[in-house]
Design a protein around this ligand. Structure first.
Ligand code: GUN
Length: 285
């Protein structure tokens, strides 16, 4: 039997509706309009599309959007100056610096410059530490979306064996931490893992975040397992595809997320949610 599809697009739309409704009440109830600044350095086409989609989503939800586009030749000092300015801007409750940054810029220095109170991506070391402690301020958007998708199935996470394939700071590590906090037994696999297919086959939940098209094949998936595909890869014909060989794996899995229409839309919904949370937190202070 073919797997049930976890429809990220539909889940994200429902979340965005709820967020939009709450945002509409804020000027009246709390005297605020949430604001998000998105910073894009250089002209990577994929990053430009992501930032455009995030800005559009903000506009639709009633979040005040600011977009800052800097040329690839921008100096680290220039970028730092902009961040200092955004940290001080009372209209802005969330700051997002789209990654990756050009190689002459030290990503760590930039992420540390963003005020932890406005770090809606959850990438500042203070927020990473809070997440590890199990007391997060901002949960990174893609990992938060992954957990929401798993929860939407009604399946428990506690006690399950979860295998995360990929160890990036943006997805692999935080998603593993969130699954651990939800009492899963978690293994992180990466390029040096011995017998990765064998490890993955033990999993009740597989999260694929490697960045390689169709890396996860049907022989890596236990019958009935839940497979969450975080990958967004562009094929030679221009089509988007995930890290999972969807057509083959859906015949083994119990649950599966598509690409497009899976994790991608959830990331944006979670960004809106984090910006809303940040604005409410600041209004309380
Ligand atoms: N690049 C890839 N994913 C992300 C993300 O979630 N946030 C930011 N800022 N950059 C990214």
């Amino acid at each position: 039997m073919s797997a049930s599809i976890i429809d990220g697009k539909a889940l994200a739309l429902t979340l965005r509706d709820t967020i939009t409704q709450e945002i509409q009440t804020l000027p009246r109830t709390r005297g605020i309009t949430p604001g998000l600044a998105a910073v894009l350095v250089g002209d990577d086409p994929a990053s430009a599309v992501y930032v455009k989609n995030k800005k559009l989503a903000c506009e639709k939800a009633g979040i005040y959007p600011q977009e800052h586009r800097l040329p690839a030749s921008t100096t680290q000092e220039n970028l730092l100056r902009l961040i200092v300015q955004l940290n001080a801007d009372s209209r802005i409750h969330g700051i997002l610096v789209q990654l990756p940054l050009p190689s002459h810029i030290d990503t760590k220095v930039i992420l540390q410059a963003v005020s932890p109170e406005k770090d809606v991506d959850g990438f500042h070391p203070v927020n990473v530490g809070r997440l590890v402690e199990g007391d997060p301020v901002f949960v990174p958007c893609t990992p938060k979306g992954v957990i929401h998708m798993i929860d939407s199935t009604g399946e428990a996470i506690a006690g399950k064996r979860a295998v995360v394939i990929g160890r990036s700071n943006i997805v692999g590590k935080p998603v593993a931490m969130l699954l651990l906090h939800r009492h899963a037994t978690v293994t992180i696999c990466h390029s040096r893992t011995k017998d990765l297919p064998g490890v993955a086959r033990e999993a009740d939940i597989v999260v694929a975040a490697i960045g390689k098209a169709h890396f996860v094949t049907s022989d890596m998936v236990k019958k009935g397992a839940m497979v969450i595909d975080v990958g967004i890869n562009r094929l030679a014909d221009g089509k988007l595809t995930g890290d999972v060989d969807f057509d083959a794996v859906k015949e083994e899995a119990g649950w599966i997320t598509p690409v497009p229409g899976g994790v991608g839309p959830m990331t944006i919904a979670m960004l809106l949610q984090n910006t809303l949370e940040s604005a409410k937190r600041m209004a309380k202070k």
